[in-house]
Design a protein around this ligand. Sequence first.
Ligand SMILES: NC(=O)c1ccc[n+]([C@@H]2O[C@H](COP(=O)([O-])OP(=O)(O)OC[C@H]3O[C@@H](n4cnc5c(N)ncnc54)[C@H](O)[C@@H]3O)[C@@H](O)[C@H]2O)c1
Length: 258
Amino acid sequence: MLDLNGKNALVTGIANNRSIAWGIAQQLHKAGANLGITYLPDEKGKMEKKVGELVKPLNPSFCLPCNVQDDKQVKSTFKVIGDRWSRVDILIHCLAFAQKQDLSGDFSKTPRSGFNIALEVSTYSLIQLADAAGSLMSKGGSIVTLSYLGSIRAVPNYNIMGVAKAALEASVRYLAAEMGTKNIRVNAVSAGPIRTLASSAVGGILDMIHHVEEVAPLQRTVNQLEVGNATAFLCSDLASGITGQVIYVDAGYQIMGM
Ligand SMILES: NC(=O)c1ccc[n+]([C@@H]2O[C@H](COP(=O)([O-])OP(=O)(O)OC[C@H]3O[C@@H](n4cnc5c(N)ncnc54)[C@H](O)[C@@H]3O)[C@@H](O)[C@H]2O)c1
């Protein structure tokens, strides 16, 4: 029943084969979606090659640079997307950034610059991309972003990213309230801890994973493909009545008191 045939899905945030966005891209492809990929470029063009090679088996329509801190690049990338695709149906926002030094130690010592960059890249980018992709969603659509429990609980070392994720989840609700009139649904998947490039910057990520393995009802954490499956569901007509929600894909950890 899960059928994404004929849907154009734009996936952001693939850095390597551990990326949650990679797990999502694979499951969207499996469900029949036609993929378009954007990645964070670097000066030497390494990411273009790396991401391009990784996604090749999924036969994407394009693989374009899109640094969300570069308004000009975002604009030109979406111009190309608008030219290549008659419309966008799905946007996967799967990116975040905080300075490593702001992901451990005293939260009260977070500098203004660390606050600004974490919120700009991890939170404002959802608003920015929802606007850009939303204007191409001529037949309605589905937007999914990735969050984490640190948005509603004080998780050791998550610090400024917890604030960014709280603002991200609030943004999901405001975007959903606005874009519902165009039949665009906006949801977040709150994933359990997974070893990735981004999570390796969070102090004690392995301890977090071990804790989840001990406490979560399913006695384990989740993997990228499980997040991909829930995301594919949210992007499909099976979830046509769901918007503005934060769906936990965390092996049940969030329900536990101790
Ligand atoms: N790994 C976890 O435990 C976990 C748990 C819950 C939620 N998440 C969230 O999942 C999302 C994906 O993270 P991940 O764990 O797969 O790590 P990842 O490092 O594979 O992905 C992060 C992505 O953000 C991109 N990015 C960073 N700055 C950017 C910019 N300026 N412009 C465009 N892209 C930029 C990176 O290139 C990378 O592709 C993030 O929002 C993260 O907070 C991760």
